[in-house]
Every structure is written in C-alpha cells, then in structure tokens.
Design a protein around this ligand. Structure first.
Ligand code: PLP
Length: 387
C-alpha cells in the first residue's frame, strides 16, 4: 500500500537536494567551526552561504541578527523569557499580550510566566478566526505592554493573521512585536524589510529542512537576554556548537521554499481546493476559516457524527496520514485552543481533522485521499449513535 502524507504542518519530508547538500558535513567536513585548524575553518564559506540564504529568505538586512538555534520552541522561549528578564523583572513594564490560539510553545511558556507574576492578556480572535488591529486595539495599554506576540499563520486552521498591520500598530505605540512564523515561512511571503516585526521565529523542519534547527530574527539594535549561556557562539546570544550540516540544510531549504512560493499558490492551492471541495460535498461537514484567509496547504474539516480519533485510525489504515489537534498534544488528543475559540461545543462533540499538503503532494495522492475520506465518513456514520 502506498502511504499518503497529509500532515505537513506537523513536519515535512527533507527535500532530497537538502539531504545531498548536508552529506559532506558528516564524514569529511566535520570540524567545529570555532576551531582554528583547517577542519574548523573549511566549513566557514558554506556556513556563510547558508546564513546569506536565510537572511535573503526572510528579507533581513545585514544589521539585523538571525540567531541559529535548535527549533522554534527554543526561539519562542528565548523571546518570551528574554522580555520577562529585560522588561518585566526590571519593573519597566508588566504585561505581555498574545492570542488564545497560539502554539503550545508560546501558550505554555506564557502560562509559566503568568505563574511568576507576568500579566498575560490572551486576545480572542474575531468571527473569522483572525487577530486583527481592531482586536488588538481594544483595551490596549502601551505603557504597560512589554511585548505583543501573535502567530503569523495558525498551525491547525492555516488562518493568516495580518502581521504587517499588527506590527505597525505596535511600532506606532513603541511596543515590541514578536511573531511565530513557523507555519507561514515557505507558504506565504515573509519579508521583514517591509514589516515592522521585531522578533520572528522559524523552524527548518516545517519547510523541508532538517529537524532540530531553527532561527530567531532579532531586529537591528535590539538587546535580548539569551536563554542559553555558555560559549561565545552567535556573538554570545546563543551558546552551543552550531550544527553545520543542519545549518547548511536549513539555508538551502529556505531558498527552495521561497522559490516554490509561486507553486504553492497555483498547483498546491488547487490540489488543496480539490480535496476541500470533495469534503464539502459530503453532508454535514464544514471547513474552519475562509479559504482566502488561509495558507494554501491547510484544511481543518469538521465532520458531524464522527469521532476524531476513530476517523484518523481509519484513514491511517487506508494509508492516509492526517491529524487532529496539534501534533505536539496528540498523545493526549486534546482539542486545540484554536478550535475551542472558533467552534461551538456542539460542533466540538464531532471532530476536526487537519489535512496539510506540501509541494511534494501529487494529484493521484489527493484522488486516493478523497476516496479514503468518502469511504471512512460513510462507514463511521453508519455505525455512529449520534448521526
Ligand atoms: N509554532 C508553531 C506554529 C508550530 O506549528 C510548531 C510546530 O508544530 C512550533 C511552533 C514548534 O516548532 P519546533 O518543532 O521547531 O519546536
């Protein structure tokens, strides 16, 4: 049986070109870049190429900083705990504003900070599931607010927040702005030259790079207490020997992801729409979030009368990999906060299944997936006591 991978918001396949680019750094060019001998210095040119590709990919300028780290969870922790140390523990400000639909790497870090006295304001998205300027403006108190942290695109629904506008709103009021851009990069344009974002986090494994490496953009001139202390790597902003192979992989993955943006909006979007249209032809189904507000690869579909876990198991038996709730919480199969914020309790009693495609998804796979969804819905509804 051919397996069909429709869980690309959880992680993506390594692009074979990225795998190839990383190859020399295991057995030949394995030196520590901080060493003075040739094993150390010979990796510098390829590290520079990778860094240049990353800066170009997000539109950072030479004066900005991109800290290479282990993942977006680390980047989000670095920003939130750094702001706590620099602005809140010092008594300059007291509040961090965020939304109710952030990834656990932001939401749970803020829960932890709240237990330590930080005032955390969690905004509910509007009826479209978006955090807009109007949502942010209500009761906004710039003199108290150290940071606003709003994700660029949501991992469950694919809904895209108007980050340019939110960042401008904060800049106009002298408040720092952070965005978790993990689900935006490689799906929609992310250009920091024309966006007043101060901190931005990303992760290579979401755009066909390796797992275990990510980056944190810090706007030029902004200080931020590091999360990890030790050696002088990253100019003292993040200690720890850089994983050269992964950095080279992330650089190329970033370049390829940006190059593929056009494809995302044409071929990939039309495959996504084909699957979405087929789901909507089934009775009693709906999709969360309007199509035009979503990343081109994501569908979060609700099927009345079907229990989510049973649906996923059935799809999995037929070789189709999808997900329900965030992959990070799927051991407990918790309902994600995004869904809780957008959907009524009655609808939540049913299910929300996420299908997320990638530039490697093929049309035949979508056709197979449509058959699997149709058969599974029919079978489960025929045995459901609530349908
Ligand atoms: N932020 C969002 C929106 C995500 O979707 C994820 C992963 O699912 C993360 C952060 C965490 O990324 P990482 O696996 O690099 O820690």
């Amino acid at each position: 049986m051919n397996r069909i991978y429709l869980d690309n918001n959880a992680t993506t396949m390594l692009d074979p070109r990225v795998k190839q680019a990383m190859e020399p750094f295991w057995l030949q060019q394995y030196g520590n870049p901080n060493s003075l001998h040739s094993f150390g210095t010979e990796v510098h040119p390829e590290m520079s190429v990778a860094i240049d590709r990353i800066y170009a990919g997000i539109g950072a300028s030479d004066d900005d900083e991109v800290i290479i780290n282990s993942c977006a969870t680390e980047g989000n922790n670095t920003v939130l705990k750094g702001i706590w140390t620099d602005y809140i523990l010092t008594g300059k400000k007291s509040r961090i504003v965020t939304s109710q639909v952030e990834h656990p790497s932001v939401a749970h870090t803020l829960d932890w900070l709240e237990e330590r006295g930080v005032e955390v304001v969690r905004l509910a998205p509007n009826a479209d599931g978006l955090v807009t300027r109007e949502v942010l403006a209500e009761d906004f108190e710039p003199e108290k607010t150290a940071l606003v942290s709003i994700m660029w695109a949501n991992n469950e629904t694919g809904l895209i927040n108007p980050i340019g506008d939110l960042a401008d709103f904060c800049r106009e009021r002298g408040v720092l702005f952070h965005t978790d851009a993990v689900q935006a990069l490689g799906k929609i344009p992310v250009d920091l030259q024309h966006t007043s974002v101060d901190f931005l986090t990303f992760s290579a494994h979401k755009f066909h790079g390796p797992k275990g490496i990510g980056g944190l953009f810090i706007r030029q001139g902004l200080g931020l207490t590091p999360l990890i202390h030790g050696g002088e790597q990253m100019a003292g902003r993040r200690a720890g020997t850089v994983n050269v192979a992964f950095l080279v992989g992330m650089g190329l993955a970033m370049e390829l992801a940006v190059e593929s943006l056009k494809n995302q909006n044409t071929e990939l979007r039309s495959l996504r729409d084909k699957l979405e249209d087929a789901i909507l032809k089934l009775s009693d189904t709906f999709i969360l979030g309007r199509r035009e507000y979503r990343t081109p690869n994501t569908i979060l579909a609700s099927f009345k009368g079907i229990e989510g876990e049973a649906f996923l198991w059935d799809l999995n038996r037929r070789g189709v990999a999808a997900s329900t709730g965030s992959a990070c919480s799927s051991e407990s199969l918790e309902v994600d906060a995004t869904l809780r914020a957008m959907v009524s309790d009655a609808d939540l009693a049913h299910t929300a299944v996420r299908f997320s495609l990638s530039r490697f998804t093929r049309e035949e796979e979508i056709e197979e997936a449509i058959k699997a969804v149709n058969d599974t819905v029919e079978r489960l509804r025929s045995i459901s006591s609530t349908y």
